[in-house]
Design a protein around this ligand. Structure first.
Ligand SMILES: [Zn+2]
Ligand SMILES: [Zn+2]
Length: 355
């Protein structure tokens, strides 16, 4: 009997042990399945971030809407440059939302907040809706929209009405009849309205790509910009707050425009022709000569010169000025400033080199 009791006790212990283990295994499996699903989502999303560069010989671009660029001739090559003698001076915001879509503030509050931060113009870009000018004095209002296409979000700057179209071809064509279309936050996750490179390449060429989006994960999309530039696109890199709240996400990323006078037409023309730079803080001035490009900024920084394939052809640290001597085979050359003090970036527009 004693043995039986011991066995029974043992069996009960064994039973509890097996039951406990089984529960543990069940929990572990559930955990493993959750992790697997998460990894799958992550993998699918990361696919959108992968970028393939092409060599210049594989250029696939055919630009319909060419920007007006200054041609600078040397013996061996021609430089097409968006830089002029005009200084960059008008600070503007081209990506922000109000209560008319999913923002926290009224259009009036948005315009006043940016005016207090010394912005000279703001394009309000509510989701699928062109918000009316609230008439705030002392700051230029530019009408805009952020359209939801079946690929990713598209900013439309200078458009007077929204469209019901959702196919990216139709949306971009609609916007670019009068305004500027910009692929918004391309490196956001696929479920958060970003753009894969494949989607970018199959859409019509927009005038701009939002390379700095300050909202949430501060997505930088220089890799996709370089992928398009390497394929021969003449496309400008923009920056924006994607502001949804003036107490949380304002004045993180903006553009500075070179144009003689502040007006909506002048800003739209400057955006079309690449007469601006994009920044999270550092300032930038660029001069282009037949043999070299000189970039200057106001605080010590690393200055990177980036050419086709996203190659960092020259990097100089701890300087406020740097020169890049043109060889002729770069395809395009653009400059990036990374300020030493806080690692914030400013991005110049590309110049294009043709032999
Ligand atoms: Zn968006
Ligand atoms: Zn937005």
């Amino acid at each position: 009997m004693g043995i039986i009791k011991i066995n029974r006790g043992y069996n009960q212990k064994l039973h509890h042990f097996i039951k406990g283990e089984f529960q543990l295994i069940k929990k572990s499996w559930a955990l493993a399945v959750i992790i697997l699903i998460f990894l799958c989502i992550l993998f699918i999303s990361r696919l959108k971030l992968q970028v393939n560069y092409l060599s210049a010989s594989e250029n696939a671009s055919s630009c319909n809407n060419m920007p007006i660029l200054q041609a600078i001739y040397s013996d061996q090559f021609i430089i097409y440059s968006p830089y002029s003698e005009e200084d960059f001076r008008f600070k503007g915001q081209i990506h922000c939302h109000t209560q008319a879509s999913d923002g926290n503030n009224t259009p009036q509050e948005i315009m006043e907040a940016y005016r207090s931060l010394e912005y000279q113009f703001v394009a309000i870009t509510d989701h699928d809706l062109v918000t009316k000018d609230p008439g705030v004095p002392g700051i230029l209002f530019i009408s805009g929209v952020e359209e939801s296409s079946s690929s990713g979000h598209i900013l439309g700057i200078g458009v007077k009405s929204q469209t019901d179209e959702t196919h990216p071809d139709k949306v971009i064509d609609y916007i670019q009849e009068k305004g500027i279309a910009i692929y918004a936050h391309p490196n956001r996750w696929s479920f958060s309205n970003g753009w894969s490179l494949k989607e970018l390449l199959s859409a019509p060429e927009a005038w701009g790509i939002e390379v700095i989006n300050a909202k949430r994960w501060r997505t930088n999309a220089e890799n996709k910009w370089d992928a398009l530039l390497t394929r021969g696109y003449q496309i400008w890199g923009t920056a924006g707050d994607d502001c949804h709240s003036i107490t949380q996400d304002i004045n993180q990323a903006w553009i500075v425009v070179a144009t003689p006078h502040l007006s909506e037409d002048n800003i739209i023309t400057a955006l079309r022709n690449g007469n601006f730079y994009s920044t999270e803080g550092p300032d930038l001035s660029v001069r282009v000569y037949p043999d070299r490009i000189i970039a200057r900024t106001n605080a010590e920084a690393t200055i990177e010169w980036i050419t086709k394939g996203g190659t960092k052809s020259k990097v100089t640290s701890g300087v406020t000025e740097d020169s890049y001597f043109i060889k002729g085979d770069e395809g395009y050359i653009r400059v990036a400033i990374i300020r030493d003090e806080d690692q914030k970036k400013a991005l110049g527009q590309p110049v294009f080199i043709e032999r």
